[in-house]
Design a protein around this ligand. Structure first.
Ligand code: ATP
Ligand code: MG
Length: 283
């Protein structure tokens, strides 16, 4: 039986539970207990604060963990990074007050930087030969400069809205992060096999996200033009309709390109375009 450590509550919890559910692992995680037994796959879920997940996995208390890469990098423990999960995207960046006379990384020499990520920050400063004072605070790092606790901050940024609200400007992105699946190094063969199955499910879910399944009717004479517009898994599916002048075309299109491609397809004569959700892509 595999034990997976996940965030008990917080920003990653909901998407983690949704990913597990899509992979056929459902547990009543709403309960307050530390451990939830899942249905559908031989796993237990260990509900932890995200700070504790890297260590729990490094020690083998949990075989696997789902946690932000930022936490893994900060804790600096020996784990295997198995799979990037495609959610919880953010970066850790240095930011300075808007009015600062910032002129490059040397600006940080002799400055006080507030952060909840002292390990990553000191590693970065050392690599760049910068000598700054690190003030470790948990909680609202972004207010530290305004209250005089620091000259700058090193913190999580996603949209950048929080920085703007606090009169700060991002000057250097240090690491990119997203939720990752991590594993205890050297899992035994049986657990490794379960992990491989789980990864197979996760990959097919992650791959299908952001993709749409599109069906349309197309005049036969437009086929060559339509094929230039359409991608597909290998290539689009082309089926005959009862009416010999028309075809039915099926294709998988990334959501980001959906409307642009549909407009082009309509321009070459496509009609009755259906856009469907894709649940899984199994390769
Ligand atoms: P816990 O109670 O588990 O310690 P936390 O308060 O430390 O939770 P959350 O705020 O729930 O952590 O964030 C969890 C993770 O979500 C972060 O470590 C980061 O990987 C990711 N994340 C993505 N976007 C953001 C964001 N805008 N702000 C903070 N974290 C983000
Ligand atoms: Mg935390």
């Amino acid at each position: 039986m595999l034990r997976i450590a996940i965030q008990a509550k917080g920003r990653l919890n909901e998407k983690t539970v949704a990913l597990l559910a899509d992979a056929g692992i459902s547990a009543s995680v709403g309960s307050r207990s530390l451990i939830a037994h899942a249905k559908g796959f031989p796993v237990d879920l260990l509900l932890l604060r995200d700070d504790d997940i890297p260590q729990a996995v490094a020690m083998g208390t949990a075989d696997l963990g789902i946690v932000g890469f930022n936490e893994v990098s900060e804790k600096d423990v020996n784990i295997e990074r198995v799979l990037d999960l495609g959610f919880g995207g953010c970066r850790l960046s240095l930011a300075v007050p808007r009015e600062a006379d910032y002129n490059g990384l040397e600006w940080f020499n002799g400055k006080r930087i507030a952060t909840s990520y002292p390990v990553i920050l000191s590693r970065f400063l050392k690599e760049n030969g910068i000598d700054a004072e690190i003030h470790t605070i948990t909680g609202s790092v972004e207010i530290a400069p305004a209250v005089g606790m620091a000259d700058a901050i090193f913190d999580i940024v996603s949209s950048g809205g929080t920085l703007i609200q606090n009169g700060l400007v991002e000057v250097k992105s240090v690491i990119e992060s997203q939720a990752v699946l991590i594993a205890t190094p050297g899992l035994d063969a049986e657990k490794r096999e379960e992990l491989d199955k789980l990864c197979f499910r996760f990959r097919s879910i992650i791959e299908s996200r952001g993709m749409k399944y599109v069906l349309m009717n197309l005049p036969k004479s437009s086929l060559d033009e339509a094929l230039k517009i359409l991608p597909g898994m290998k290539s689009p599916t082309v089926l005959h309709l009862a009416d010999p002048e028309w075809l039915s075309i099926h294709a998988v299109i990334p959501e980001s390109q959906l409307w642009e491609r549909i407009e082009k397809l309509k321009a070459v004569g496509a009609e009755d375009i259906l856009v469907l959700m894709l649940e899984n892509i199994v390769k």
